[in-house]
Design a protein around this ligand. Structure first.
Ligand code: SAM
Length: 403
C-alpha cells in the first residue's frame, strides 16, 4: 500500500484498524483463556517443548553448531488462526510505514544514536528522552488499541522487565496504572499474546529452559544446588519458571539495577512454589568491569550457569558499552565446565520498526550472526565453544558457550 502524507497516513492505518477490529469481534468467541491458569506450571509444560531440526545448518559460521528450534507456542492458539494472521498483517503494515518514516528522519531519536554513557547518565542532558515514531505510536496506542489504559500503562513500563513479563505471561489479569491496579482489557491482552515479540519472548524463555535441561541431563552434577547466575535478571520470571518446570532447586544469584523488579522475584518464587535459594544484587552495574570483579569477590564462588537473556541487544555504541568486554567479563565469572547463555535480537527480524518505532523499545542494537561471531572472537572466546540456536520466530538468536 502506498504511503501518503502524515494526515493521510492516519487514514491508511485506520483502514487496517477497522479491518482488524472486524476480525476481532467476529472471532472473539473462540478465546479459551480459562484453560490457561495464570503463572501455572501446566501452561509452561506446553510451551517448553522445542523440536530441534534434525540437521544442523550447513553454513555454521564457524560455531560449533547452528541449530534451528521449532516451537509450538500454545498461547497463539488462544485465538483463531485468522485473528493471528490479521493481527500480524496490521503489525507488518505499521512496521513498513515506520520504516519509511525512519528513513525520512521522522522518528524522534534514531536507533543506535549515542544516548547514555556506560553508567546510564545522559550524554546530552538537553536531549529529549522520547523515542521512536510519535505519529504511528499514537495511532497504535490510541486508535488501534483504543486508548486502552492497560496498554498505555504498559507502554510507560517499557523497557523494564515488568513490561516484558506481559509478553512472557499475557494472561496476567491486572496491571498497575496511574489509577492503581486495574484489570487488563481483552484487546491489550490479545496484542501481548499474538504479536511477534510476545511469541519471540516466550520462545526465548523456552530456549533458556531447553538449554538448562540439556545441561542438567548431559553433565554429572554433584548433589549441591546448582549455582545459576542471571545478569540483568529483571523479575527473573523465565529463570524461576524454568527451575520449577525442570524440578530443580538452584541457588539463584540474581543481578539487576531495577530494585522493584528484584523485589518481585520473592513474590514470584512463592507463587510458583520455587524452593531454591535466592541471592539478590541491585548495586552491581553489570556493564562495569569493577562492579563485576566486586561481585566475584563477594560471592567467592563461580556459578555453573550464567544467563544474560534480554540484555545483550542493549550493549553497543548507543549506551557506550563494548559488547565483547561485557561478554568477556561475564564469562570470567563462569565456573569451569559451566555454561553461559545469551540472547541477541537479529537485524533480520520481522517487524523491527514496529517494535522499535511504534511500540518504542529504546536503545536496542540489532545484530547479524556475523556481528555475533565477531563479538565472541573479540571477547577472546574460542568459537568452537559456542553453539547458536535460532528459534523459528526469527527474532532472537541464542548463544550457548561452554567453559
Ligand atoms: C530486557 S530485561 C531482561 C530481563 C530478563 N533477563 C528476561 O530475560 O526476561 C533487561 C534487564 O537488564 C537490567 N539492566 C539494564 N542495564 C543494567 C545494568 N547496567 N546493570 C544491571 N542491570 C541492568 C534492566 O533493569 C532489566 O531488568
Amino acid at each position: 500500500m502506498k504511503l501518503l502524507k502524515i494526515n493521510n497516513e492516519r487514514v491508511t492505518v485506520k483502514y487496517f484498524t477497522i479491518t482488524l477490529l472486524f476480525f476481532m469481534s467476529n472471532f472473539m468467541d473462540v478465546v479459551r483463556l480459562e484453560k490457561f491458569d495464570h503463572l501455572s506450571r501446566n501452561t509452561e509444560d506446553f510451551i517448553i517443548s522445542p523440536i530441534i531440526d534434525s540437521e544442523t545448518l550447513i553454513d555454521n559460521y564457524g560455531f560449533r553448531s547452528v541449530r534451528r528450534l521449532k516451537f509450538d507456542d500454545p498461547y497463539l492458539y488462544l485465538y483463531s488462526q485468522q485473528e493471528l494472521n490479521q493481527l500480524r498483517l496490521s503489525e507488518t503494515e505499521l512496521s513498513l510505514q515506520a520504516e519509511i518514516r525512519r528513513n525520512k528522519g521522522e522518528w524522534l531519536r534514531k536507533p543506535r544514536t549515542v544516548y547514555v554513557d556506560g553508567q546510564g547518565n545522559y550524554v546530552n542532558k538537553n536531549e529529549k528522552r522520547d523515542w521512536g515514531d510519535p505519529i504511528l505510536s499514537d495511532i497504535f496506542f490510541n486508535d488501534i488499541l483504543q486508548g486502552s489504559i492497560s496498554a498505555i500503562s504498559w507502554k510507560k513500563m517499557i523497557p523494564s522487565a515488568n513490561a516484558l513479563s506481559y509478553f512472557s505471561d499475557p494472561t496476567q489479569p491486572t496491571i498497575i496504572s496511574e489509577q492503581g491496579l486495574i484489570a487488563v482489557d481483552d484487546l491489550t491482552k490479545k496484542w501481548w499474546t499474538e504479536c511477534t515479540d510476545g511469541e519471540a519472548i516466550r520462545n526465548r524463555n523456552a530456549t533458556l529452559n531447553y538449554l538448562v535441561e540439556d545441561y542438567i541431563i548431559n553433565n554429572e552434577l554433584d548433589d549441591k544446588p546448582l549455582d545459576w547466575m542471571s545478569l540483568g535478571c529483571g523479575t527473573a520470571l523465565p529463570v524461576i519458571k524454568s527451575a520449577v518446570n525442570l524440578g530443580i532447586e538452584p541457588n539463584l544469584i540474581l543481578v539487576d539495577k531495577d530494585i522493584d523488579a528484584l523485589e518481585q522475584t520473592e513474590t514470584l518464587a512463592k507463587q510458583l512454589f520455587f524452593n531454591g535459594n535466592i541471592m539478590k544484587f541491585s548495586d552491581i552495574n553489570i556493564f562495569s568491569e569493577n562492579d563485576m570483579n566486586r561481585l566475584s569477590e563477594v560471592l567467592n564462588f563461580k556459578p555453573k550457569i550464567i544467563d544474560l537473556m534480554g540484555i545483550f541487544e542493549y550493549t553497543g555504541d548507543n549506551i557506550r558499552v563494548n559488547p565483547s568486554k561485557f561478554l568477556r567479563n561475564s564469562y570470567s565469572l563462569l565456573d569451569d565446565g559451566g555454561m553461559m547463555i545469551f540472547g541477541q535480537m537479529l537485524d533480520t527480524r520481522p517487524n523491527l520498526d514496529f517494535a522499535l518505532g511504534v511500540v518504542g523499545w529504546p536503545f536496542i542494537h540489532v545484530r547479524s550472526i556475523n556481528d555475533l561471531k565477531q563479538i565472541i572472537l573479540d571477547a577472546g572466546i574460542d568459537l568452537s565453544k559456542a553453539e547458536l540456536f535460532l528459534p523459528n520466530d526469527n527474532v532472537y538468536s541464542v548463544v550457548k558457550i561452554k567453559k
